[in-house]
Write a protein that binds this ligand. Structure first.
Ligand SMILES: [Zn+2]
Length: 204
């Protein structure tokens, strides 16, 4: 089975936060290893690995072919908004969502980055016929398909509040107020998250 390797715990990241990220990464990888997703058998072999680094610097998280880097600062700030890329932010399954549990937001981020890993790993999606044309694009069809598996199976069942589309024009909508979300927090979130660097996008 894929080895999830703890590569580095960031200087300001607590052991508990780091261990939580490790636990969530393992859950995501275990999910993708299920035969129903038809990833190459490589994902179920010991030779397959994924390195995990954490940081707490208010930066973007990252997912690449070798592993992922998760910034826990939004989790530390108890952020309850899972903010997704504008290209699919409105998607009812993989789009932005609001929850009452910051750990669910962290799990969403972990799943997003694990999906990038599966997308870009040289022996996973890249070996699959159906992703042949799409694996290169950072947030394209291949990524979205893998991320969708993880959202459906792991994250969305935990989103207790009804999903609310996080788009700028809804910022003043009463949906946020009803969900108990501080509008300023949402606005800060927008300022901070303009998308993360990915291996694919940095390769262009
Ligand atoms: Zn991404």
């Amino acid at each position: 089975m894929t080895k999830v390797i703890s590569k580095r715990r960031g200087v300001n990241v607590t052991k508990a936060e780091h261990n939580l990220v490790m636990k969530l990464v393992k859950k995501a990888v275990r999910e993708l290893s299920k035969k129903k997703y038809e990833f190459p058998d490589f994902i179920r072999r010991d030779a397959c690995w994924l390195e995990v680094e954490t940081k707490n610097r208010g930066q973007r998280s990252y997912g690449g072919s070798l592993g992922i880097m998760i910034d826990v600062s939004r989790y530390r700030q108890k952020m309850k908004v899972l903010n997704e890329y504008s290209a699919f932010a409105k998607d009812p399954v993989i789009g932005s969502a609001i929850t009452d549990d910051p750990e669910v937001v962290l799990f969403g981020t972990v799943c997003h980055e694990v999906a990038h890993w599966a997308q870009l790993n040289s022996r996973l999606a890249r070996k699959m016929k159906r992703y042949k044309e799409t694996y290169r694009k950072a947030h394209g069809k291949c990524f979205q398909s893998i991320y969708r598996y993880l959202r459906v199976a792991l994250v969305n069942p935990l989103v207790k509040k009804s999903q609310v589309k996080v788009v700028e024009e809804t910022l003043s909508s009463k949906a946020f107020v009803e969900a108990g979300i501080d509008l300023q927090q949402v606005k800060d979130c927008f300022k901070k998250i303009n998308g993360e660097m990915t291996y694919a996008s940095s390769q262009k």
